[in-house]
Design a protein around this ligand. Structure first.
Ligand SMILES: [Zn+2]
Length: 319
């Protein structure tokens, strides 16, 4: 039985996972004012859930923690969580001490998703693959030779900041411009869609009639309803995604690419545009890579966090 804590930018999930099956879990808002208070809250809730399921935190086989930012996993430190503003947080030591369990491991959330896909999902048995989340932002994880690649400064796999637009680049949260995240994230699609609705009365009326949200999800739904403008916004996002992925495919030649996140759920609509660009920009042997929606669904980081203790154990024994 594994304890799992998935701390997201806005929501946190805690619970117990047994061989990939969620036994019990609970979701609550991430409070960003103080990491100590929030981590204490997550610990308390995990203790209570353990009690209800007849366990104690010190008797769990391990506890995995996924964190929303740059993580030095070997030191167990959250270096920077941009949304929360947390810096140099000794996450692993906090939870080891607080939950009286020495088998606590922490990872960046997208890396946790990749470990989850590898352990429970479509990536079982693969050595080289890419996991990309297209959500509020765009993040990536690289598994190479059966190990996560962290890089010299823990920012390997940051596909969201690969430059994809040079003619009309938009500013990115990282301070640069033309990044994949600035053009194809849920935030970027929502912004485009909002502008489109503001200047297109017929589309605005249709949205109101269908009670669609004015965001990336609404854009997808309006495109499904036959609106050419909404379809064009998604088509553009798909081509930018294709460009970002092409850079990664030429560099890493993975066996597969897995897509998660809210916008990732529209992979069926995005895939033709992504494929079109890949056909133009990727060297032939790396081109026919399968691009699949994650098997882990909405709880990918939570399930992935639960796979971290086993991943660490295998890493120590297999290499
Ligand atoms: Zn950027």
């Amino acid at each position: 039985m594994i304890g799992s804590i998935d701390i997201g930018g806005t929501k946190t999930l805690v619970g117990l996972v047994d061989r990939g099956r969620i036994v019990i879990h609970e979701r609550f808002a991430t409070v960003t004012e103080s990491w100590q208070e929030h981590f204490e809250q997550a610990s308390l809730r995990l203790e209570k859930l353990c009690e209800r399921a007849g366990w104690q935190t010190d008797s769990l086989d391990g506890i995995g923690v996924s964190l929303p930012g740059m993580v030095n996993e070997s030191r167990g430190v959250l270096l920077l969580a941009p949304y929360a503003g947390w810096k140099n947080v000794p996450a692993r030591d906090f939870f080891r001490r607080r939950l009286k369990n020495t088998n606590v491991f922490v990872e960046n959330d997208v890396n946790a998703c990749a470990v989850g896909e590898w352990t429970l999902g479509h990536a079982k048995g693969m050595q080289d693959f890419l996991w990309v989340t297209v959500s509020t932002g765009v993040g990536g994880a690289v598994m190479a030779n059966g190990r996560l690649v962290h890089g010299a400064a823990q920012v390997a796999g940051e596909i969201g900041h690969v430059k994809v637009e040079f003619a009309a680049p938009r500013p990115c949260t990282c301070g640069q411009e033309g990044c994949l995240e600035a053009h194809a994230s849920g935030t970027a699609i929502s912004r485009e869609f909002t502008q489109y609705i503001e200047k297109t009365p017929e589309a605005a009326q249709r949205c109101a009639a269908l009670q669609l949200p004015i965001d990336a999800r609404g854009c997808r739904m309006l495109a499904d309803d036959g609106d050419a403008g909404a379809a064009r916004i998604l088509g553009d996002a798909a081509r930018w995604l294709g460009r970002g992925l092409s850079a990664a495919l030429n560099l890493l030649n993975p066996e597969a690419v897995f897509i998660g996140g809210g916008v990732g759920q529209s992979l069926d609509v995005l895939l033709p545009g992504i494929r079109e660009v890949i056909a133009q920009e990727v060297v032939t042997p790396a081109r026919s890579v399968p691009i699949l929606y994650t098997k882990l669904g909405y709880n990918a980081a939570f399930l992935g966090a639960a796979c971290l203790p086993e991943y660490e154990r295998r890493k120590q024994h297999d290499f």
